[in-house]
Design a binder for this molecule. Structure first.
Ligand code: SF4
Ligand code: SF4
Length: 78
């Protein structure tokens, strides 16, 4: 896998709301496991997209390859 950008879920803070799975239209998450976020197709993730991370209410999503200074939002709601 040459791809160097994809989401990583912190399952210690994720509450399995399913928002990230619903948000992504690129098939990165396994829809059959919804609402639990399982990254099954990281190679389909769009480089430097923060779509799922920006809507995660738990701030549980970070990205492999992150180099923009972006940090998870909503961390205060943990
Ligand atoms: S970063 Fe974007 S493309 Fe990648 S899994 Fe999240 S919503 Fe999908
Ligand atoms: S949006 Fe965040 S809290 Fe909800 S399922 Fe995804 S990683 Fe877990």
């Amino acid at each position: 896998m040459a791809k160097k950008w994809y989401p990583v879920i912190d399952y210690s803070t994720c509450n399995e709301c399913g928002a990230c799975v619903k948000k992504c239209s690129h098939g990165v998450y396994n829809k059959e496991k919804e609402l639990t976020p399982i990254v099954t197709n990281p190679e389909e993730c769009i480089d430097h997209c923060h779509g799922c991370g920006n809507i995660c209410p738990q701030g549980a999503i970070t990205y492999v390859g992150e180099d923009t200074g972006w940090v998870p939002t909503n961390l205060d709601k943990k």
